[in-house]
Structure formats: C-alpha cells, structure tokens
Design a protein around this ligand. Structure first.
Ligand SMILES: [Zn+2]
Length: 317
C-alpha cells in the first residue's frame, strides 16, 4: 500500500538510488560467498558516494548517501549532527555541510556503534565536535567487534573518535534554542541504540531501529534481536505524533504511519518464523519455507534480502 506522507518529503528517486546503491551491496555479497565482504564493498562505494541534502524543518537537514542517514541541525551557534556516515565520503559530506552552514560543528550524536553511522567520528571530532552516545557505543568501539553476518571485525577506534559525553537512559542538550532529547532504547538493533528527538521542530531521528521501506539489519551478536526491534518500534510509535517527521537510519524520511507499517511487518515475520522454528525446523528449512513472502515486494526488493532477513529473525529468537 502506498502511503501518502503528511510531510513535504517524498522518497525522491535520487536519494533512494543512493541508499539502494549502498545497501544492494549487502544483499549481493551476503548471498554469494566472496572474499570481499559487504563492509569492504560499501566502503569502496562510499568513496564515490553522492550525498543528497534534504531540508526538512526547524533548521534541520538530512544528508543521505554515505552509510546511515545524517541529521544536521544548523543555527547561529553552529551545527549539531546525528550520525557521521562513512569516512571515505568525508569530502562529499564536508561539501554538503558547507552548503548548509559555515558555523562550527559543536556536537555529534552517535545513534549506535555501527561503522556506517560512526566511521566519520574521527574527522568530525577533529572539526571541533564533542561526541555524544550511549555508554555501550563507547564499549563496542573500544574493542575489536566481530559481526559474522557482515564477515567483518571492526577495528578499535582511536581515542579521538570515541564519545566523551554519555546519555545513560536519557539526556537533553539545548542547542541553538532547540531541545535535543536523547533516549536509550535498550537492546534492539544493537545494545547501543538511542534516538534523538528535536522537540520544537518535532523531528525524531531513530538510527537503525527504523528502516523505512526496507528490511533491517539486526545485530544479534551485539545485543540486537527481532524482539528488541519490535520493542523499539513501539517506543518510536509512542514518541511520534501525527505531525512528527521521522528520520530513519536507512531509507527516505517518513512519519508515524511508516513506523507502524514497519512494526507490523516485523511482528508478522517474527510470528511466521517463530511458528516454523517452534516445529523444530532448521534455519535453512525455514528460509526455504519463505516466511517473508507476503512482504518481499514492498520490503525486500532492494536491500537485506528475504533469506538474510529470515536468518536474522531466526537467529534472534
Ligand atoms: Zn546499524
């Protein structure tokens, strides 16, 4: 079903193409055994990424095209960023930031530890930003972290790329007259996820607890699970009002209705996979039974494919 957004943002084709270009690599490389994993491939693409800049409201702009979406708050005090993209896209991201404003970058909020959201920490910190995150983001990036589903071990981040201000369960920063409220989801996509809610403009940046229109990745090895994703989706829906603009970790900007569609898809697939697993079926048997069939046309066309998503749900149960 095509939802008519109540906000002045459409899934603009170039932006979607940029996202798909990166995420298609995940599907392609996870379905075929190759030496080069999805991380290497995504990094290679990030070097040539086109960054698409989408103004939303209240001084906020979304930059898409290098890893996860980046939310930028620009005002007379400078800029605040939510997520940092992939560092190989630094020159394109810098250019896009210059086009938004020339004030100093004062804060960078990491929604979670994954490299496609934190790889730019180092250079953005070097530009003056204080990095804010949940304590578990610091823990994850302070050691080498293995993600088998990506066939990659993320290296230890240098001290200069690590957060120094922590959210705990909740934290609010007032920046340029806007209240930026951060809240920890609990274990969901990883064990380090927070949202950033911009109160006055009513904009919610969810990080990877929400992928708009595409199957999500779930980091089972590092605190994530399908049930955690469903809990986080319900928290997002509770936070969002009818007029809230929601910036997902991946995919175009959406609203409360898209959050609900995403939650409903997660709940249905979880139910299907759990029923098959409960009958004692192996992971390969469950994938062959195609428990995502009714959702693939909408959610599985471009990104994490049906088999990988089924695997992620199965392994998290
Ligand atoms: Zn992630």
């Amino acid at each position: 079903m095509k939802i008519n957004l109540t906000i002045p943002i459409a899934p603009e084709p170039r932006r979607v193409a940029a996202l798909i270009g990166i995420l298609a690599a995940v599907a392609a490389t996870t379905s075929a055994a190759q030496d080069e994993g999805p991380v290497e491939k995504i990094n290679a693409e990030a070097a040539h990424a086109t960054i698409v800049s989408t103004p939303i409201r209240g001084g906020l702009t979304v930059l898409s095209g290098s890893g996860g979406n980046i939310t930028v708050l620009n005002g007379k005090d400078g800029r605040l960023l939510v997520d940092a993209g992939i560092s190989l896209s630094r020159s394109q991201i810098s250019q896009a930031l210059e086009a938004i404003g020339t004030g100093p970058i004062r804060y960078l909020i990491d929604t979670h530890y994954h490299w496609d959201h934190t790889d730019g920490n180092d250079w953005i910190h070097a530009r003056g930003a204080t990095i804010v995150a949940h304590e578990n983001t610091l823990e994850r990036i302070s050691t080498a972290t293995r993600v088998d589903d990506w066939r990659f071990t993320f290296p230890v981040y240098p001290i200069s790329a690590r957060p120094t201000v922590f959210t705990g369960a909740k934290k609010t920063i007032t920046f340029d007259g806007t209240s930026v409220q951060m809240q920890y989801y609990g274990p969901s996509h990883t064990d380090s996820d927070i949202w950033a809610y911009f109160k006055e403009p009513d904009v919610l940046s969810t990080g990877d607890t929400f992928w708009n229109g595409v199957y999500p990745f779930i980091d089972n090895e590092n605190g994530g699970s399908i049930d955690g994703m469903i809990r986080a989706s319900n928290a997002n829906i509770e936070r969002a009002g009818e007029a809230t603009i929601v910036v997902p970790g991946h995919g175009p900007v959406g609203g409360r209705r898209e959050l609900m569609e995403f939650r409903d898809m997660l709940v249905a697939v979880r139910g299907n996979v759990a029923a098959l697993k409960g009958r004692g079926m192996s992971i390969e048997e469950v994938i062959a039974a195609h428990p995502t069939a009714q959702f693939d046309a909408k959610w599985g066309g471009f990104v994490i494919d049906s088999a990988l998503f089924t695997r992620l749900v199965y392994n998290g149960l």
